[in-house]
Design a protein around this ligand. Structure first.
Ligand SMILES: Cc1cc2nc3c(=O)[nH]c(=O)nc-3n(C[C@H](O)[C@H](O)[C@H](O)COP(=O)(O)OP(=O)(O)OC[C@H]3O[C@@H](n4cnc5c(N)ncnc54)[C@H](O)[C@@H]3O)c2cc1C
Ligand code: SF4
Length: 517
């Protein structure tokens, strides 16, 4: 008999959400997490520790396509990348589930439609306590329920920005946010609306992350076990290669084997591909579930730009991430292809600019860095990346990840940037000044910014072109599932976490049925 009914590897948006969904079934569930609990300490909210010293970036070595080593911006903790995320919890647009023509090529259709996912988006919004307002964003897909919590109010400078955008004929909306803020009852609000949220862990556990709202509630059930410091290194199969029979784990330096009836890999897109590729055997010489040679391919992340504009008036906003604009999502007046989403990022703070001298001298003459931070209004522009087979994860000789990647849709990204730039004069900002926010991307090596990674084990109906079927089960192994952003056939131009969570709930329903629970 197996040790467990289900083993879930990884506790982020995919794995943590799935664990919570399966927990009440009473089935024996093991969660394996390579990281530890993220420590609760004053440094959680220290800009210098988090943004300059990279305190919560995990030590890992990956390689680029030339074989050059780099440190990826990954976070190996209970809760995965959601511990540091900005908690902007968007649904994909209905059109994102279909085929979309972009400047640089096609964004392929998903094997399921928006209507299949809609009930799970609604459940995920409830589980992750999302605040928002329906009906403001013209690209918003239909929803079967209101947001469970009211939209976060804009602080005055962002309200002004919203008013100015509306006056210019745009459709700013209240962005969907996963923070536990109760504006009607501040003394009892868990969230204190601070300036250290996006990119920081939440010291008071008021961010809707996969540790707080996935793993912790799951562990309240006695049938759920979590092992931290447990890195899955290989999945073993029966001789025919049709069933996983066990998982080899490096548990704080000691090899251990765990067995289950069902195995779910939720390590994040790059690491899920790595685990399958590292599990090659006689029955699966190219890596597990990889007869199609699709495992690791079609790696995507957003074509993102973090920029700041200089407001004529100071911008004293603490929590800035309350506004979004999707007017250019599907194109614009002089560009017929999708450009993407504009949203806010966490407010610039002077400490973040340490070492960024060119910003002061070249782009903002007369502005000291402190003044730049005081006047900054910070935007995050996301253009859809497109899946191409050459953008892929393989294994380097030492077993670490090799990431071969070149960006797509640069023209659309540039159009979006210029669209925003052209509006600044109407938005109370210094015209023609959009300054790159390297501090947020935290790296000069673009591929190291893997926050929005997706697409290495895409799901589909054809085993020749996909790794997973529509239940996110591998086409080739009956008891192996992949439930994280790996399954995305396309990444859209909105943030991926809510879709990973909703999909985990969808696959969870399938697993509960399969387990007879
Ligand atoms: C700074 C930052 C800001 C972001 N902001 C947003 C945002 O505002 N909105 C949004 O939607 N998304 C945001 N994201 C992205 C979002 O966090 C990810 O899309 C999401 O967490 C992906 O979920 P996942 O389950 O695929 O992977 P993850 O959440 O990364 O989880 C993977 C887990 O697997 C573990 N793991 C990896 N390998 C192994 C192994 N071999 N054995 C055991 N465990 C393993 C990892 O430690 C991790 O816990 C942000 C990310 C970052 C880093
Ligand atoms: S804004 Fe709220 S959720 Fe975010 S870090 Fe601060 S207290 Fe936590």
């Amino acid at each position: 008999m197996s040790d467990y009914d289900v083993i879930i590897v990884g506790t982020g948006a995919g794995g943590g959400t799935l664990a919570r969904h399966l927990a009440p079934s009473g089935k024996r569930i093991l969660l394996l997490e390579r990281g530890d609990w993220l420590p609760r300490e004053p440094q959680n909210w220290s800009t210098a520790d988090v943004f300059i010293d990279n305190r919560y970036i995990s030590a890992d070595t990956w390689y680029d396509d030339k074989g050059k080593a780099f440190q990826p911006q990954v976070h190996y903790f209970v809760g995965g990348a959601t511990k540091l995320y900005g908690a902007a919890l968007y649904r994909l647009r209905r059109e994102d589930f279909g085929e979309l023509k972009h400047h640089d090529g096609l964004s392929p259709a998903w094997p399921i439609g928006y209507d299949d996912m809609e009930p799970y988006y609604t459940k995920a919004e409830q589980l992750y306590q999302v605040h928002g307002a329906r009906g403001e964003d013209p690209t918003e897909p239909p929803a079967s329920a209101p947001y469970p919590f009211p939209a976060l109010s804009h602080e005055p400078r962002i309200q002004q920005l919203s008013d100015d955008l509306a006056a210019a004929g745009r459709h700013p909306f209240h962005a969907p946010c996963g923070v536990m803020l109760d504006e009607a009852n501040p003394p009892f609000s868990r969230c204190i609306r601070c300036a250290t949220c996006d990119g920081f862990p939440c010291l008071v556990h008021a961010k809707s992350d996969a540790e707080v709202l996935g793993v912790r509630p799951a562990l309240e059930h006695p049938n759920v076990t979590l092992v931290t410091g447990a890195q899955a290194v290989k999945l073993a199969t029966n001789d025919a290669g049709t069933t996983v029979t066990g998982i080899d784990v490096d548990h704080d330096g000691t090899r251990e084997v765990f067995t289950a009836d069902l195995y779910v890999v939720s390590c994040g897109a790059a690491n899920s591909a790595k685990l399958l590729l590292a599990s090659a055997s006689d029955a699966h010489p190219n890596g597990l579930a990889n007869s199609s040679d699709q495992v690791g391919r079609n790696y995507m992340f957003h074509n993102s730009q973090a920029v700041l504009a200089l407001s004529k008036e100071p911008n004293p906003t603490a929590f800035q991430k309350t506004l979004g604009v999707n007017d250019f999502y599907f194109g614009g007046p002089d560009f017929e292809f999708p450009m993407g989403n504009i949203q806010m990022i966490g407010k610039s703070q002077a400490e973040m600019f340490k070492g960024e001298k060119p910003l002061e001298t070249k782009l903002a003459p007369g502005f000291a860095l402190r003044d730049v931070a005081t006047h900054a209004v910070d935007f995050w522009l996301s253009t859809e990346d497109l899946p191409v087979p050459e953008n892929r994860v393989t294994l380097e000789r030492d077993g670490n990840i090799k990431l071969s990647y070149s960006a797509r849709n640069a023209t659309a990204a540039s159009r979006l940037y210029h669209q925003l730039k052209s509006m600044l004069g109407h938005l109370g900002m210094h015209p023609d000044h959009l300054i790159p926010r390297h501090a947020y991307l935290k790296t000069d090596i673009p591929i190291a910014g893997v926050a929005h990674q997706a697409g290495t084990c895409r799901f589909g109906t054809d085993p020749a072109t996909s790794v997973l079927n529509t239940d996110c089960r591998t086409h080739e192994l009956d008891n192996l599932y992949v439930v994280d952003t790996s399954c995305f056939p396309s990444i859209s131009a909105v943030n991926p976490a809510l879709t990973a969570m909703a999909n985990a709930l969808r696959v969870g329903d399938h697993l509960l049925e399969r387990l007879g629970a």
